[in-house]
Design a protein around this ligand. Structure first.
Ligand code: N01
Length: 554
C-alpha cells in the first residue's frame, strides 16, 4: 500500500507542489507519471470519479476507437507496458481502452496523486510569488510554479439550446456524459440528435434494441466502413518483437502511426476508372488507413475531393434502399473536411423498418414537449432523447477553466478574438502554464496518446532547463505567438479544411472565433518544437527566480 505523495510544504490551508495538473485522462496520466519520474511533486485534479477522461465519459452504445486504432493507440513510454498488454480488436471498444488505462494507472501507481470528483474552479497566477494557485470545488487551495492543463480537446459537451428541451419528461442523455448504469432501449421510442462520430456509432446499436429511432440530422455526413477485426496473437507477438522499429516509425509518420509514408500521387494523375478502383479497394478493406492511403491532394484540390465525395455518395445510394432517404443522407461539403467517421452499418440502418430520418434543414425542430419532439412537419412521440451533439472542442475546456494570468487577465479576455498561443503549448500573459493538445498543436490530427507523450517530454525538458538557470517565470512573446499563428494558418489555408463548418473550425459553437486552429503538419510539429529547444527556447521571455523554491523538490 503506497500513501499519497506529500506536498512540498504546507502554509496555512494551502498545499504547495512543484506541478499542478488538471485532468486525469490520457494526457494527465502521462503528465503525472513523467514529471514524478523526474523527481517533481505533482498533484492532479479531475472532476470524474476515476481516470480515463474521454474514455471514462463516452460510454454510449457503439463507442469505439475510430482512428487507425489498436495496438498503436497506446502509450509508448514503457516497453514493458507495451509487451504485457494484449489488444483484442483493431477498433477497441470504449471498455477495452478504459481497462488498458486502468491497468496503466495501477502499474505506475498513479491513483495516489490524483484527487477525483474535484473540479478546479479557479486558477490564478501570482506574479510576485511566480506561482499558480488553484481553488477546487472541495474548497481546497494548492499552489505550484507550473500548471499543466490536460483538460481534453473533446470534453466540454455541447448542450443544444432547443425550445422546450428542459420540459421533456423522458430520459435525456448526452453521448459525452453517458451514465455508468446500463441504459435500456427495449420498448422505447428514441430520438437521436446529431450525426457526427458519436451519433453514427450509436444509432445502429440503439436501433437494434429500440421500438423506433428517429434520427434528427442537421448535416448529412460521409462515413466509411470501420473494418474492425480481431488482432491475432501472432500479430501482437510480431508488434512486440519489432517494437523498437515500430515506435521509430510512429515518431516518423505524419499521424503518429507505424505506417508507410502516404502515397505521393495526385488523384488527377489517374483516370476515373483507376480512381474508382483505388477507392473501392480501400472501401472494401475499411478502417482509418482509407484516409492515409489516398491520393495526396484529396483535401487540397476541389476536383480531387469531388472524385472521392462522388464515390461515397454513390455508395450511400447503393446501400440505402429508399431513394428519398438516400437523398436526405447525401453530404454536400468537401469530404474529409469534417472529421472522417468510421461506422459499423450506419447507412444500412436506414433500411430497417424502425428507423426514420428527419432532415432538419428542410424540417427543423420547433420545440420539445413533455413527451415528444415537434418538427415543422409534425410531432414525433418519444421516450428517450440522445444528444449526440458533440463538444466545444479544442479550446472549449480551456475557456471553461478560464485561468487568470498576469494582471488578473482571464483567458476568456485573451482569447476573445482568437486562441493566441505559441507552439500550441504556451500563452503570453500566462507564465509557466502549459496546454496539452490545445489550439496551435496537432492535437486531434495526431495519435493522441503519443502526441501527449511528446508534448510532455518537451515540457519536462523545458522545466529542467528553467530550473538549471534559476528562471522563475517563462512565457512567449506576443510576436512569437503571431508568427506561430501565421505558420499554423499558412499550412491550413493551403487545404480545404477551413472552408467547411466543423468543430475543427469552431463553427458548431455560437459566438466562437471561426477559424481552423490546429497545426496540420503532423510530425513536423515535433521537429519544430525540438528546434525551438535547441535554439535556447527562442520566442520566450524569461524572468529570474525571485525565490529559491521554483521547483522545490529538485
Ligand atoms: O460530435 P460532432 P461527435 N441541432 O460535433 C449536430 C471524436 N470521437 O461527438 O454537423 C441539431 O462531430 C451536428 O450537426 P452539424 C471524433 O474526433 C471519437 O459526434 O454541426 N444538430 C453534428 O451532426 C469526433 O469527430 C470517438 O450541422 C446539432 C453532431 O450534432 C468528435 O469526437 C467517438 C445541434 C455533432 O457531431 C466529435 O464527435 C466519437 C443542434 N442544435 C467521437 N448541435 C472515438 O473514437 C449539434 N448538432 C473514441
Amino acid at each position: 500500500m503506497t500513501s499519497k505523495s506529500q506536498p512540498v510544504r504546507k502554509s496555512g490551508s494551502i498545499e504547495h507542489y512543484d506541478v499542478v495538473v488538471i485532468g486525469a485522462g490520457v494526457s494527465g496520466m502521462y503528465a503525472l507519471h513523467h514529471l514524478r519520474e523526474m523527481g517533481l511533486s505533482v498533484r492532479v485534479y479531475d472532476g470524474a470519479s476515476d481516470i480515463g477522461g474521454t474514455w471514462w465519459y463516452n460510454r454510449y452504445p457503439g463507442a469505439r476507437v475510430d482512428g487507425p486504432g489498436s495496438p498503436f493507440y497506446c502509450y509508448t513510454f514503457s516497453e514493458e507496458l507495451m509487451k504485457e498488454w494484449d489488444w483484442a480488436e483493431t477498433q477497441s471498444e470504449q471498455s477495452a481502452v478504459l481497462e488498458y488505462l486502468e491497468h496503466v494507472a495501477d502499474r505506475f501507481d498513479l491513483h495516489r496523486d490524483i484527487q477525483f470528483e474535484t473540479w478546479v474552479e479557479d486558477a490564478r497566477y501570482d506574479e510576485a510569488a511566480q506561482r499558480w494557485t488553484v481553488e477546487t470545488s472541495k474548497g481546497q487551495r494548492a499552489s505550484a510554479p507550473f500548471l499543466i492543463c490536460a483538460v481534453g480537446a473533446l470534453s466540454t459537451a455541447n448542450m443544444p439550446d432547443i425550445a422546450g428541451i428542459h420540459d421533456f419528461a423522458g430520459e435525456c442523455y448526452h453521448t459525452g456524459r453517458w451514465p455508468h448504469e446500463p441504459v435500456a432501449f427495449e420498448g422505447k421510442r428514441v430520438a437521436v440528435i446529431g450525426t457526427g462520430s458519436s451519433g453514427i456509432q450509436s444509432i445502429p446499436e440503439i436501433a437494434k434494441e429500440a421500438v423506433h429511432v428517429t434520427v434528427l440530422q442537421r448535416t448529412a455526413q460521409y462515413s466509411f466502413p470501420a473494418g474492425n477485426r480481431s488482432i491475432a496473437a501472432e500479430e501482437m507477438a510480431d508488434a512486440r518483437a519489432n517494437w523498437d522499429a515500430l515506435r521509430a516509425k510512429m515518431h516518423a509518420h505524419v499521424g503518429g502511426f507505424p505506417f508507410d509514408a502516404n502515397p505521393q500521387r495526385s488523384a488527377l494523375e489517374d483516370t476515373p476508372e483507376q480512381r474508382e478502383a483505388l477507392y473501392e479497394k480501400l472501401w472494401q478493406r475499411g478502417g482509418f488507413k482509407f484516409f492515409l492511403n489516398l491520393y495526396n491532394d484529396i483535401v487540397i484540390s476541389e476536383e480531387a475531393n469531388k472524385s472521392l465525395a462522388d464515390f461515397v455518395r454513390a455508395k450511400i445510394r447503393e446501400i440505402v434502399r429508399d431513394p428519398e432517404t438516400a437523398e436526405k443522407l447525401m453530404p454536400d461539403h468537401f469530404v474529409i473536411t469534417k472529421r472522417p467517421i468510421l461506422d459499423d452499418g450506419y447507412f444500412e440502418t436506414f433500411n430497417r423498418d424502425n428507423v426514420t430520418l428527419v432532415d432538419l434543414r428542410e424540417d427543423p425542430i420547433e420545440r420539445f414537449t413533455e413527451a415528444s419532439v415537434i418538427t415543422r412537419s409534425g410531432e414525433h412521440p418519444i421516450d428517450v432523447v440522445v444528444l449526440a451533439t458533440g463538444f466545444d472542442a479544442i479550446s472549449g475546456s480551456m475557456l471553461r477553466l478560464n485561468p487568470k494570468g498576469r494582471g488578473g487577465m482571464s483567458l476568456k479576455e485573451r482569447w476573445h478574438d482568437r486562441f493566441h498561443n505559441y507552439l500550441g503549448l504556451t500563452i503570453a500573459g500566462f507564465p509557466n502554464l502549459f496546454v496539452i493538445h490545445g489550439p496551435g498543436s496537432p492535437g486531434v490530427f495526431y495519435n493522441m496518446p503519443l502526441g501527449a507523450e511528446r508534448q510532455l517530454d518537451w515540457i519536462g525538458n523545458f522545466m529542467r532547463h528553467l530550473h538549471e538557470r534559476s528562471i522563475g517565470a517563462v512565457e512567449p512573446t506576443t510576436d512569437s505567438e503571431e508568427a506561430w499563428a501565421n505558420e499554423v494558418n499558412g499550412i491550413a489555408s493551403a487545404t480545404l479544411f477551413p472552408r467547411t463548418d466543423s468543430w475543427w473550425t469552431g463553427a458548431n459553437i455560437d459566438g466562437k472565433p471561426r477559424y481552423f486552429s490546429a497545426y496540420l503538419g503532423g510530425s513536423i510539429y515535433y521537429q519544430r518544437i525540438a528546434d525551438v529547444a535547441v535554439k535556447d527556447y527562442e520566442g520566450f521571455v524569461f524572468e529570474p527566480a525571485r525565490r529559491s523554491d521554483e521547483a522545490e523538490t529538485w
